[in-house]
Ligand binder design. Structure first.
Ligand code: ZN
Length: 123
């Protein structure tokens, strides 16, 4: 089984943000867990503002059960919620957030991009 990709290899910026926000919220264990989340499935609702994804297999429409809690975070923009069951992050709800940089999508280098060399990464 090849398994699902690590979220940090698909959305590194988001994981960075999640870890920082969780530590800020006093959730260090979830912050550690966030680094090892896997991207199991996209939300699938198709809404433009929704970039949510599942990090554990879960059947749509099923309640998470008694160990469930919802952890709201405070990103700079939009809404981030985690659905946590017994200390495991099941689902990351990302609404109205900046478009996530998705490393699965080939992003061509843009050496000829005019102006603004100062915001190139690594400088
Ligand atoms: Zn959705």
């Amino acid at each position: 089984m090849t398994g699902h990709p690590l979220v940090r290899e698909v959305f590194p910026d988001l994981v960075h943000e999640l870890v920082a926000l969780l530590e800020q919220e006093g959730e260090p264990e979830l912050a550690v867990h966030a680094r090892d989340l896997r991207l199991v499935a996209d939300c699938g609702c198709g809404d433009d503002f929704c970039q949510s994804f599942h990090t554990e297999p879960h059947r749509a429409g099923q309640p998470y059960g008694p160990g469930h809690r919802c952890v709201p975070l405070l990103p700079a923009k939009g809404t981030l919620f985690l659905d946590v069951v017994d200390g495991r992050i099941m689902y990351v709800e990302v609404l109205g957030h900046e478009p996530l940089r998705d490393l699965r999508v080939h992003q061509p280098e843009q050496p000829d991009r005019p102006g603004r060399p100062d915001d190139w990464p690594g400088r």
